[in-house]
Design a protein around this ligand. Structure first.
Ligand code: SF4
Ligand code: SF4
Ligand code: SF4
Length: 444
């Protein structure tokens, strides 16, 4: 994990760069939604204040130079008692399962002492969201935007500060699952909470970062995160051994909780409103946020997932996201909706800490400095070629101009301008040689 300042506090990023593998090919710079990557001296670097751990650069780097950091399986040894927190999207990584029971038992077989489904917590958050929308009807800034995918609130805090008040101020299902699992394990074992390890099985780097720097709360309810693609082969092996004989399990998540693993699962489970929208994939998320800055479209709730298809499309998953989505839908049809979630008092699930605007995109530290730099920036953008070719190492000419006014680049780092300047200089030299009659002498 890389430790950096983000939004005025220490922020741990899961996404990092392996400099030895980076070939400086600039493939990644144009795909980063916050323009957080630069390539200088033949190597990429990530501007940590801008990175939202969306994982796009991991997907597009064919040299595998971008990677997600997460915990090793040996993290289980740090605790006297461990509880696995599987997300609903985990179940869709496996073939031919009717419900999640065998996966939960396999988690115990690979070494966890107990399991607490994140989908159970998701059902509680669904009920809490419903209460929040009903009890505050007409008083909210609409549409309310889901905060379950951590990329979305981070993106809003960096690029769309006008939408900060639209965010649903409830802790995420992962945090709630960690909180409930720890209480339950402590009651069951008599161990103090710090001896219990609540370990999330993560589909993406964004959730790794979010457990280390939770959004909207000071409390960390989850201790560690292991990637799904790391635990998958171990689970598969145990599932083959377990076969069909399954002990009866209590407190399984129902179809609503499982639905959270795919796009639309959260919003369509809300019964109090049909004025909702769901969008997946980072480009679509950005398109929706751009539109929401100016219009409400009569919407009351918006669910946005950075990955295509929802969490089944996370960069640390194994299965094709479209197939995984079909599997979730099949499982949902086999499983009933739980009548009553365990708890639905939304007030105690509300954020205890605001998410503030992250001024990483500001041009200066003061209004005065920002204003002066803005004027320079406009002039500079007009003087640049406007090709957005990326050969300066910045994703666009405008991003390059910002780097120049912030003092992070030199104007002649623009290779197109440099070439033009060199050609002009050559022409000027030629004409001055002509004027003194030297040109022919050089040719002789
Ligand atoms: S895609 Fe980016 S990180 Fe990967 S090799 Fe190219 S410049 Fe380096
Ligand atoms: S993880 Fe996302 S925001 Fe961070 S550098 Fe990569 S593409 Fe950009
Ligand atoms: S959609 Fe899910 S898997 Fe993808 S970044 Fe968001 S939380 Fe992670």
């Amino acid at each position: 994990m890389s430790d950096n300042k983000n939004g005025g506090k220490n922020f741990l990023h899961s996404v990092t760069l392996d400099l030895d593998k980076c070939k400086g090919c600039i493939n990644c710079i144009k795909r980063c939604p916050t323009e957080a990557i630069r390539v200088r001296d033949g190597k990429a670097s990530i501007i940590s204040e801008l990175c939202i751990d969306c994982g796009q650069c991991i997907r597009v780097c064919q040299n595998k130079a971008k990677k997600a950091n997460y915990d090793d399986f040996s993290v289980l040894n740090n605790y006297e008692y461990t509880v696995a927190l599987p997300p609903p999207s985990l179940y869709a990584q496996f073939n031919n399962i009717e419900d999640q029971k065998i996966v939960l038992d396999a988690l115990k077989a690979v070494g966890f002492d107990d399991v607490f489904e994140v989908a159970v917590a998701a059902e509680i958050i669904t009920a809490a969201t419903e209460r929040y929308l009903i009890r505050n009807k007409g008083r909210l800034k609409y549409p309310v935007i889901s905060t379950a995918c951590p990329v979305v609130p981070r993106l809003i805090s960096v690029r769309y500060p006008d939408l900060l008040d639209n965010l649903l101020p409830l802790i995420t299902p992962v945090e709630l699952a960690g909180k409930m699992a720890r209480i339950r394990a402590s009651e069951k074992t008599g161990l103090p909470p710090e001896k219990i390890g609540c370990i999330f099985l993560t589909p993406c780097p964004a959730k790794v970062s979010a457990i280390h720097s939770p959004i909207g709360t000071e409390y960390k309810h989850v201790d560690a995160a292991i990637a799904i693609n790391e635990v998958y082969p171990l689970l598969l092996k145990e599932m083959k051994k377990l076969g069909a004989e399954m002990p009866e399990r209590q407190q399984l998540a129902g179809s609503v909780g499982l639905g959270w693993g795919i796009i639309g699962g959260e919003s369509t489970s809300l019964k109090s409103t049909d004025k909702h929208l769901a969008a997946d994939g980072i480009d679509n998320v950005i398109m929706v946020l751009e539109d929401l800055e100016n219009h409400r479209y009569g919407l009351e709730f918006v669910e946005l997932n950075a990955c295509s298809g929802g969490c089944v499309g996370g960069v640390l998953q194994v299965e094709n996201p479209y197939i995984a989505r079909a599997k979730v839908n099949k499982m949902k049809s086999n499983i009933k909706e739980n009548d009553e979630p365990l708890d639905d008092d939304y007030v105690k699930l509300m954020w205890d800490k605001e998410l503030n605007y992250n001024p990483a995109m500001e041009l200066g530290d003061t209004m005065q400095e920002s204003f002066e730099r803005f004027t320079r920036l406009q002039n500079l953008i007009e003087s640049l070629p406007g090709l957005d070719c990326g050969s300066c190492g910045a994703p666009t000419c405008a991003a390059f101009a910002e780097d120049v006014v912030k003092g992070n680049s030199e104007i002649m780092d623009c290779v197109v301008l440099l070439r033009r300047e060199t050609e002009e200089m050559y022409k000027r030299m030629e004409s001055s040689f002509d004027s003194v009659g030297l040109a022919n002498r050089f040719e002789e």
